[in-house]
Design a protein around this ligand. Sequence first.
Ligand SMILES: [Zn+2]
Ligand SMILES: [Zn+2]
Ligand SMILES: [Zn+2]
Length: 278
Amino acid sequence: MKLTFFGTGTSSGNPSLGCDCRVCSSDDPRDRRLRTSALLETERGTRVLIDCSPDFRYQMLRWISTLTVDSPFRNFLSKAKQSNCIPQLIDGVLVTHFHYDHVGGLDDLRPFCIAQPMPIYADAKTCDYIRDKYPYCFYESEYTFVPRFHTIKLFPLKSFRIRELSVLPLQVLHGQMPILGFRIGKMAYLTDLKTLPEENLSYLHGLDTLVIDALQRGGNHPTHENIQDALALVERLAPRRTFLIHMSHNAGCHSEAQAFLPPSVSFAYDELVVEIPE
Ligand SMILES: [Zn+2]
Ligand SMILES: [Zn+2]
Ligand SMILES: [Zn+2]
């Protein structure tokens, strides 16, 4: 399967508004980090979005522009009109938690909810939040071009399937707040965590790819791991390789990161595509 990083930045994104530090004024495109989200695609064409950031619309446009003309995403609405057949291009959205930087783009899923309501997988609190913030997506209305959602409540350690994909939700702590991370095959995606409860460690062995929150270099943050915290977990979990996400400008410049990271760990960056064995 293939993971495309749609965004790798913290809630304010990089550059941070009103900041001209070295990272925020860097002209290296890898230092321009939109809000964190990713798209997972399998060989069989199953596609799952992980979180839907406020930058989703731009992230999707940017990604589609990199695809070949025969991709089902290119010009899909016009093609659907001609053929009278609307494909379900995204099979579901896995939502880690209800913070704005992870759900702020949900309304922009509109063109992907025409064939059928979009399944949104999240914990009970996040499902309630989405119903509360986007009530018009849950009932028939006179507005024809609104997204249609269908929420599915998840419980930690109760695995479920999206087509052929088996997904295991894991509870992690975002400060005091329990949120979800996901193990999917040989990949785990853990964003916005400060602490991984010990009882989850056994579900995270044998990973090919770990994607993990690392807000900043040094310093203590109440709700996020810093890079040192992430590296300590990497040592315990021993994945083949690790990509750091949800980075703020205090994580530093991409070009300088490898000097202080072990060889198996790197900063992810927007539009990076990685192959993960299924
Ligand atoms: Zn976040
Ligand atoms: Zn800055
Ligand atoms: Zn958060």
